[in-house]
Design a protein around this ligand. Structure first.
Ligand code: GLA
Length: 393
């Protein structure tokens, strides 16, 4: 969407119902998707994550309305969704609108919305690919609504409001990572976030020769939501079991491998494995941040491969296509490391490599992935970018 065609698009999609509409200049906001470098399935265990915001964003151009109607035209779906924000926002079709409805409801409950909006939405975050297109949509919607209402919300509160939307309107019991980084991303930095107290450190990724390549399996297995909930339940069971011996344990964050080993007897072996992943992944994540601060890419890359192995074997959230892509990355000399990123069961891998190796990895993915899966991968080089922002008002 550029300034030139925004007016045209507004006329095209919103001219039909002038009552309540205004002719004010639209505000334009955007919110990025994310890629998580390491720290997977740790956020809902009070652990550490290390995501960065992508240079791919969901953009919303919005015009305040005098009434409480919200009309959103999705340029990806080529469809209009409509709801009102005076009373509790309805959980209604179309399905894609649930993210926007949830975000609006979270703000309504905080007393922040007096006006609805006419809004156009466009996204270049690949949808449903584990790059948090849904968080980007929620955050962009919330920011658009706040802006047309002349309100602001502290970043942490904004992230929590959007996480609430994901839980209650999209039915996905996610942690805080995706919404948090979509709000808090900083150009040139990845974010080490402690999901227990939300303390955080922006870690510069400043080596000019370093590249981050994301490759999409282009599969999404249907298991995602159910398996995600199942993993959360297993983690809870692990904590309950551990707390009998160690009453101070409130989350897997509080557990060492020695403690886990000491209560192994009588523990469901599957639950034991899941807990092993979370405990080792927390350690890998803080080690990874330390390696990055020393520009030690070799160590950082090794931790990524170990993370993938742990997600595949101990946490059981990988899939064949993700494993194939990671092995392709490993087969290319010079690649530092690669792993699945996001919830799993499809979606993307993230890899760390020197600039000069990028064409080699791209060629290997283009040739070998179809051979092994009959599928095509789409891939792109990305860089750590800024979080949600108002572009013009
Ligand atoms: C999804 C969730 C996040 C996080 C990851 C796994 O992306 O939305 O909160 O739990 O899975 O690390």
């Amino acid at each position: 969407m550029n300034n030139m065609n925004i007016d045209q698009l507004f006329n095209q999609h919103f001219a039909d119902s002038p009552a309540g509409a205004t002719t004010e200049k639209p505000v334009v906001v955007c919110a990025p998707g994310r890629v998580n470098l390491i720290g997977e399935h740790t956020d809902y265990n009070d652990g550490f994550v290390f995501p960065m915001a992508l240079d791919r964003v969901t953009t919303i151009a919005a015009r305040r309305r005098t009434d409480t109607r919200v009309r959103i035209f999705s340029m990806m779906q080529d469809q209009m969704a409509e709801f009102t924000v005076d009373l509790e926002v309805a959980k209604a079709a179309p399905k894609w609108s649930l993210y926007a409805r949830g975000a609006a409801e979270a703000l309504r409950q905080r007393g922040l919305i007096a006006h609805g909006m006419d809004a156009l939405i466009h996204s270049d975050v690949p949808l449903g690919s584990g790059l948090s297109s849904s968080a980007a949509f929620e955050v962009a919607t919330a920011l658009a609504l706040l802006t047309v209402n002349g309100r602001t919300l502290d970043g942490v509160e904004l992230a929590k409001a959007c996480q609430w939307a994901e839980h209650h309107y999209a039915g996905m019991p996610c942690g805080i990572m995706d919404q948090f980084i979509s709000v808090m991303g900083q150009e040139g930095h990845a974010l080490l976030l402690d999901c227990r107290d939300l303390s955080r450190r922006q870690v510069p990724l400043s080596d000019p020769n370093l590249r981050i390549l994301v490759a999409n399996t282009n599969v999404k297995h249907e298991l995602v939501q159910g398996e995600y909930q199942a993993r959360r339940n297993q983690c809870r069971r692990a904590v309950e079991h551990l707390a009998k011996r160690y009453p101070q344990v409130k989350a897997l964050r509080d557990v060492t491998l020695d403690m886990l080993e000491s209560v192994r007897l009588g523990m469901d072996p599957m639950v034991f494995l899941r807990a092993t992943h979370v405990i080792t992944e927390n350690k890998r994540t803080t080690d990874f941040a330390a390696a990055l601060e020393k520009n030690d890419w070799i160590t950082a890359g090794r931790l990524m491969y170990e993370s993938h192995r742990s997600l595949r074997d101990d946490y059981g959230v990988s899939c064949r296509e993700l494993d194939v892509l990671v092995e392709i990355a490993r087969s290319v000399p010079g690649v530092y490391g690669a792993r699945m990123t996001g919830g799993g069961f499809g979606g993307c891998i993230v890899s760390l490599l020197p600039e000069k190796v990028v064409p080699l990895l791209e060629a290997a993915i283009a040739k070998d992935y179809p051979l092994q899966t009959n599928l095509k991968s789409t891939y792109f080089v990305t860089r750590p970018s800024a979080g949600a922002r108002v572009i013009s008002r």
